[in-house]
Design a protein around this ligand. Structure first.
Ligand code: SAH
Length: 608
């Protein structure tokens, strides 16, 4: 069945029959402007009335052979099967589309059930096979879709027309359409919000093109807002410590809306996988002691992109203004006259210890917190940290950024200044992520322990009495599946993702075909598994196996026989079938069992 919407306006339509079914067809056709003729020896009152009012042409006699050939559409609604068949055969012979009510074999088109909200129509059909099911489904959707959809589709139409006049670039238009849609529709609950004009203005791309570029159809746009949109704009967005779920709602909005994203190495795992496919991606990654893109060049890049009229999201690890040189970037933008904003996010000091089981303040125990960067003060001639003051405060927590290499000196300073060598302390590498590693010991032993366990940057140290709580409060690292980093095509059951996350899996939801944003996220850290529901999902991800951090030991967890066969066929080395329900629970169990097996095997290999 091939669905179409017919424009019946002014077209002649024949309805044979004069009962209730005929009336419903007539009303439907009239509502869309059809030119309706009814042929029937007898008709019901309402039809008679419509004829009196001149709404329809009524011919009160039996149907005459061949008559339907004069019309564009034919409907037969009589209870005389011979007449119905005659209408059908005449119509087919004359090439007229015909529908005999409730007799699918005598139809060249079917009427779907529909829900109408203004210009918006949702149609449901079963190719004539199960009208009862269609009717009931129609009721379900009818209850779900409120009357506001009618206004929404009207506003959407206006939005589209304005955009078409103002913006020539189809990719930009698409992005604005995405924004319109994602900002107004709650797709899960089918709830819609009708946007105001100001709101819509914000979804227009930065550059105005086309003949009406300068004149806004939405009159209440303030001048400054327009200038801001036209001249490019930079959002300094905090990415948080690495767990993608800790990005703020605002931060996500800015990233998804951006024309260009300039991102740090530390922020890679946080990039939304559903970034626009045509977004410009600029890695300016900095690893400790290794600065591939000098700060000055980052400034120039931000300024250049903004001057091209682009919406830029500058994604920085943690909070942009905490030891991240965000202040310098803001200053450079200010000096260049580029409008910008700061989107704060949780900084490492207030999130990483929490994931390691350490409350950085605690009643009756810790009343001050100091955030330091040992890095700065280790430079000669730089500002110095008053270790002497920090060391003697017994009711405080000291959190140190970028302090791995200088840790021995730091601890030496603290002990020399009178810190109790028994003070609990910890060093946390890549906190909040699947690679989180925690070393805990008394402060006097911390440098030695860090060296022994091979902790490397990025890592944070925490020194203070409340570190001891980690013994009991280690909720994150102790989850049974902590360390697993598993990819799942997006759009599946939320309960699966939920079950995996609560068991400690870092879940990456990836849209298919794989987006450029998702590629960065996937390559940012080693992957341990993929979850496949369908053959298509296996195929779409198979092409990505040459990405960095995608080893041959990545396990394909397949939820269908087709997916399993495909993965084996394409040469995946580790394939696991998981057919039990509910899928989330079954996956958690299977991944857990696999870990136990792998551990046992490696113990056997080492002979212990
Ligand atoms: N603006 C960032 C800090 C940037 S400086 C923020 O607000 O968090 C980089 C340092 O932050 C790293 O060397 C490390 O000390 C710390 N850091 C950032 N993320 C971290 C993480 N996930 N785990 C441990 N330390 C982290």
């Amino acid at each position: 069945m091939y669905p179409v919407m017919l424009d019946v306006k002014g077209r002649s339509c024949l309805v044979v029959g004069g009962g209730g079914v005929a009336l419903r067809k007539v009303e439907g056709l009239l509502a869309e402007g059809g030119n309706v003729t009814v042929v029937s020896p007898e008709v019901t009152n309402p039809l008679e009335k419509l004829a009196d009012q001149g709404e329809i042409c009524l011919i009160q006699r039996a149907y005459r052979a061949g008559e339907v050939a004069e019309y564009a559409l034919g409907f037969a609604t009589t209870n005389d099967t011979a007449i119905n068949r005659q209408v059908y055969e005449d119509a087919v012979a004359a090439g007229v589309w015909v529908n005999v009510a409730d007799v699918p074999e005598l139809c060249t088109f079917y009427l779907p059930a529909r829900i109408k909200r203004g210009a918006l129509q949702l149609v449901i059909a079963s190719a004539g096979g199960a009208p009862f099911a269609v009717r009931r489904l129609r009721q379900v959707f009818d209850r779900l879709l409120g009357p506001e959809w009618s206004e929404w589709i009207e506003v959407a139409t206006r939005f589209r027309n304005t955009l078409r006049k103002r913006i020539a670039d189809p990719a930009k238009r698409e992005r604005s359409f995405d924004q319109f849609f994602s900002s107004t529709v709650d797709a899960r609950r089918l709830v819609v919000h009708v946007p105001g004009e100001k709101e819509m203005e914000a979804w227009l791309p930065g550059e105005r093109e086309g003949p009406e570029a300068r004149s806004s159809r939405w009159t209440d746009t303030s001048k400054s807002e327009e200038r801001q949109l036209a001249s490019g704009f930079v959002s300094l967005v905090g990415a948080g410590p690495g767990d993608a779920g800790l990005l703020t709602v605002r931060g996500r909005q800015r990233l998804v809306a951006a024309d260009a994203v300039v991102y740090d190495h530390l922020a890679e795992t946080v990039i939304p996988c559903d970034l626009r496919r045509d977004v410009e991606l600029h890695p300016v990654g900095k690893k400790a002691g290794y600065h591939p893109v000098p700060q000055e060049e980052i400034h120039n890049l931000l300024i250049r992109l903004a001057q091209q009229g682009k919406r830029v999201a500058r994604l920085k690890g943690g909070d942009p203004y905490v030891f991240g040189r965000g202040g310098e970037e803001a200053q450079a933008l200010h000096d260049a006259g580029i409008p910008f904003e700061v989107v704060p996010c949780v900084t490492a000091a207030t999130s990483v210890p929490g994931y390691a089981g350490i409350p950085i303040t605690h009643r009756q125990e810790v009343v001050t917190v100091s955030l330091v960067t040992a890095h700065e003060s280790s430079k000669e001639g730089g500002p110095q940290i008053r270790w002497d003051l920090l060391a003697r405060d017994r009711h405080s927590t000291l959190v140190g950024y970028m302090g791995v290499t200088s840790l021995p000196q730091t601890v030496e300073h603290l002990l020399a200044s009178g810190m109790d060598p028994e003070t609990p302390s910890a060093m946390i590498e890549r906190g909040t992520t699947s690679r989180q590693k925690v070393v805990r010991t008394r402060v006097a032993d911390l440098p030695e322990a860090v060296l022994r366990s091979g902790v490397r940057p990025p890592a944070l140290f925490v020194i203070g009495p409340s570190v001891r709580h980690a013994e009991e409060l280690d909720w994150f690292g102790s989850r049974p599946l902590h360390g697993e980093r598993i990819l799942i095509p997006s759009g599946g059951e939320e309960s699966v993702v939920d079950a995996l996350e609560l068991s400690g899996v870092e879940v990456i939801e990836v849209p298919l075909p794989v987006s450029p944003g998702a590629r960065i996220v996937v390559s940012a850290a080693p992957l341990t598994g993929c979850i496949f529901r369908t053959v298509y999902e296996v195929e779409a991800l198979d092409d990505e196996r040459d990405l960095r951090n995608w080893g041959s030991e990545v396990v394909a967890f397949c939820l269908s026989k087709g997916a399993t066969a495909k993965a084996r066929n394409l040469g995946w080395a580790c394939v696991e079938e998981v057919f039990d329900e509910p899928a989330g629970v079954a996956l958690v169990k299977r991944i857990g069992n696999r870990r136990v097996e792998v551990q046992r095997n490696s113990r056997m290999e080492w002979g212990s």
